[in-house]
Each structure stands twice: as structure tokens, then as C-alpha cells.
Design a protein around this ligand. Structure first.
Ligand SMILES: NC(=O)C1=CN([C@@H]2O[C@H](COP(=O)(O)OP(=O)(O)OC[C@H]3O[C@@H](n4cnc5c(N)ncnc54)[C@H](O)[C@@H]3O)[C@@H](O)[C@H]2O)C=CC1
Ligand SMILES: CC(=O)C(=O)O
Ligand SMILES: [Mg+2]
Length: 374
């Protein structure tokens, strides 16, 4: 297959869809690669690194989109990219369609086949292509909280871990999945007082064991969240219902019950955010204030550490990308977990949670692919 890698164009996005190491694997498996000049610059991989493993370097994204049968990216396509996609072309990347009807329309109109990293599953029902970036974002969320808590940033002016003789900050983490666990590791490591809230008792039980009593765990109820919010210096929003818009768990009214200068870090912003007052921000201007509460809502947090993130992402996406390159759409019917990634095909929405969030008709993936009777 002819596979294309354009340079990422989302604001402050420095990751790349294929590292030179992955490019080498594609070529070794008999595929051809077209890579936009500068695509790997953010991870210090020049055009020569891609050329050395057999990729063809092209001068523009336009040429990549025109020639490639499959486009491998990192972030959701931007408007200038929607119009370059076409029927019969595979797009393999993060999409986060639930809160983004404009992008959904762009992809539906293009006729392309869009496979979202974030809804590919594994045998346990986990999300193997989201997990590596959630590990990164979870870890970064505590760095972001520490920075936003500084007085000159508008924060309360305290150190997450305190110092001997001075109490540590209180951190609430809502959602104890991959982001939440990695955020907790960092916060505990710094000496903060950490509470994790989840709606799954089984998950809370696992977390209790994992952290051997170093974190408090609480069930996700309105009352428990309100109670913890009143005490928290920093709160990390890390919930997910795969494919769907994030549930709203903190209302604007509850901000008045928080400590002035407390911080809300909404990692779930890419699925629309779990705080009512969240809106997406970028690294250029990552925080804003509402009712005295500092909000941090960067939708592509891992883009700031592209060397770590691109390699971690490629470790997870490579086998799936190679399967798609080898078999095309047939790879989907051979792997039910990859099939779960299919969000849009030939003008139809093929993921139930995404269709519900967008209020669009849902067509089951295999039916849309024409592989079972309608
Ligand atoms: N902003 C960014 O740059 C990034 C954002 N993310 C986002 O972070 C979010 C979390 O991702 P993961 O940790 O990988 O998901 P995950 O599926 O591993 O964990 C989500 C957790 O949320 C819990 N949950 C669901 N509804 C809840 C509720 N009402 N109350 C409390 N807990 C609830 C689930 O039980 C689960 O434990 C996703 O929206 C993901 O897209 C991930 C990476 C980067
Ligand atoms: C998962 C995601 O949104 C990101 O890595 O940017
Ligand atoms: Mg994102």
C-alpha cells in the first residue's frame, strides 16, 4: 500500500504519525511511504532520516493526500485537511468526533474511511491506542497543576507536596483510568494528598491495592465530588465514556464553593470536557479564569513532549497500521478490536456512541462495509 504521513498542523503539535523507526517497518513489509518534508522535525527526525529508510519525501501535504491510499496522523484532521480526503482513502488517527460536529461533517462529506485511535479496543475492553497518550497526559496534568497553582499564574500559591512542617496540597482526580492513575502516581510521588473518584467500585478496589493506602478512593456521586471539590487545591478531570461526550461532573455553580485560586485541569477536554466551564485551550494560552478558579484545558497535552509521545504512540499503533496497510479494509473484518475504531465510512457514522453524541444516524460498521446483509 502507498501510505502517507503529513506534517501535523494543529496548534503547538509537534508529534508525528510515523517515526523513522516505524517507517522502516512499513518499507520492510513491502509498502511505499510518502512523507511531507519537515513531518519529523518536532522529534528531531529530518527528511534524511525518513529517506534513509526508503520513504519518499514530498514538498507539500497536498501531494501526500493526493497520492496516499492511507494517511497516518496524530491529531484530528483540520479543516484544510478534510477537503483533501477522498472516498476510498483510509485515515488512521485520533478523531474525538463526539464534541466536534464540524469535523464529523467534513469527514462524512469526504467519503473517506476514518479509523479513530481512541475507540480501538483490546480483549479486556481497554483502549490500547489511547492508553500511551493518556499515560503522558496524566503525568503532565500534575506538572500543569503545579504550575497553575503558582501565585503569579493566578493560583493559590502553594507547592503540591508542601515541605516538612507545612501541609501538602490536596489533589482530586475524577476518573481513575489511565490518565487518572498516571496523574495519581505523579501527585503521590510529589507528596500531595490524593483522592481518586471513579464510578466503578471494581476500579477503586484495584487503585486501592495499587497505591497501598497512599491515595483515598471515593465513589463518583454528586455529593462526594462536591465535598472533595470544596477541599481540593487542584482537580484533574480524567473521565471517559468511550466515543461519547464527557459527562459534566462539575457545574459552574460549584465553583463558588471552591477555594479561590484552586485549579481545574480538564484532560477530558478532547471529548468535550467534564467541567461545565471548560473550553479547549492551546499551549500558547493554556489557562483562563472563571469565578476565581484557574482552568487548564489543553486538548493535545502530549504534543508538548513529542519525542516521548511519538515513540509511545507508534509502539501502540504500528501493528494496527501494518495490518491496515497489508489488507486494507479487510483488516477491519479480521480484527473486531480494530473494527471498533471505525467511526466513519463512506458518508456513514459507524460508531454508536459517536452517532448518539452527534445526533446522526448510526450504521453498524460491518453493514457499512458491506460485509453483512442489510
Ligand atoms: N487532553 C489531552 O491531551 C488528552 C486527553 N485524553 C483524554 O483523557 C480522558 C481519559 O482517558 P483515559 O484515562 O485513557 O480513559 P480510561 O477509560 O482509561 O479511564 C476513564 C475512567 O473514567 C471513569 N468514569 C467514567 N465516567 C465516570 C463518572 N461519571 N465519574 C467518575 N468516573 C467516571 C471510568 O470508570 C474509567 O475508570 C479521555 O477523554 C481521553 O481522550 C487522553 C490523552 C490526552
Ligand atoms: C489523545 C489525544 O487527544 C492526544 O494525544 O492529543
Ligand atoms: Mg486531544
Amino acid at each position: 500500500m502507498l501510505v502517507g504521513v503529513p506534517r501535523e498542523i494543529k496548534a503547538n503539535e509537534y508529534r508525528v504519525g510515523l517515526t523513522p523507526g516505524s517507517a522502516r517497518e512499513y518499507v520492510a513489509n513491502g509498502h511505499q511511504l510518502v512523507v511531507e518534508t519537515g513531518a519529523g522535525a518536532g522529534i528531531g527526525a529530518g527528511d534524511d532520516a525518513y529517506a534513509a529508510v526508503g520513504a519518499t519525501i514530498v514538498a507539500s501535504a497536498g501531494e501526500v493526500f493526493q497520492r496516499a491510499q492511507m494517511i497516518v496522523k496524530v491529531k484530528e484532521p483540520q479543516p484544510s485537511e478534510w477537503v483533501q480526503l477522498r472516498a476510498g482513502q483510509i485515515l488512521f488517527t485520533y478523531l474525538h468526533l463526539a464534541p466536534d460536529p464540524a469535523q464529523a461533517k467534513g469527514l462524512l462529506d469526504s467519503g473517506c474511511t476514518a479509523i479513530a485511535y481512541e475507540t480501538v479496543t483490546d480483549r479486556s475492553g481497554a483502549l490500547p491506542l489511547l492508553a500511551p497518550m493518556s499515560e503522558v497526559a496524566g503525568r503532565l496534568s500534575i506538572e500543569a497543576a503545579g504550575s497553575a497553582l503558582r501565585r503569579h499564574s493566578g493560583g493559590r500559591g502553594l507547592l503540591l507536596g508542601g515541605v516538612p512542617g507545612v501541609k501538602a496540597a490536596r489533589v482530586m482526580i475524577i476518573g481513575g483510568g489511565v490518565v487518572g492513575t498516571h496523574a495519581a502516581r505523579m501527585a503521590v510521588g510529589l507528596g500531595a494528598e490524593v483522592t481518586i473518584i471513579d464510578r466503578s467500585v471494581a476500579r477503586l478496589r484495584q487503585l486501592d491495592e495499587l497505591f497501598s493506602g497512599r491515595v483515598r478512593t471515593r465513589m463518583s456521586t454528586i455529593g462526594n465530588i462536591e465535598e472533595e471539590l470544596a477541599e481540593a487545591d487542584a482537580t484533574v478531570g480524567a473521565v471517559l465514556v468511550p466515543g461519547a461526550s464527557a459527562p459534566r461532573l462539575v457545574s459552574r455553580a460549584s465553583l463558588s464553593k471552591m477555594k479561590p485560586g484552586a485549579v481545574l485541569i480538564d484532560v477530558a477536554i478532547d471529548q468535550g470536557g467534564c467541567f461545565e466551564t471548560s473550553r479547549p485551550t492551546t499551549y500558547e494560552n493554556p489557562t483562563y479564569e472563571v469565578d476565581g478558579i484557574i482552568h487548564y484545558c489543553v486538548a493535545n497535552m502530549p504534543g508538548a513532549v513529542p519525542m516521548t509521545s511519538s515513540e509511545a504512540l507508534n509502539n501502540a499503533t504500528l501493528p494496527f497500521g501494518l495490518a491496515l496497510a497489508a489488507r486494507g479494509l479487510e483488516a477491519l473484518s479480521h480484527d473486531p478490536h480494530l473494527l471498533e475504531g471505525l467511526n466513519i465510512h463512506a458518508g456513514q457514522v459507524t460508531n454508536l456512541a459517536v452517532a448518539r453524541a452527534l445526533n446522526r444516524p448510526y450504521v453498524p460498521a460491518l453493514q457499512s462495509l458491506g460485509q453483512i446483509a442489510v
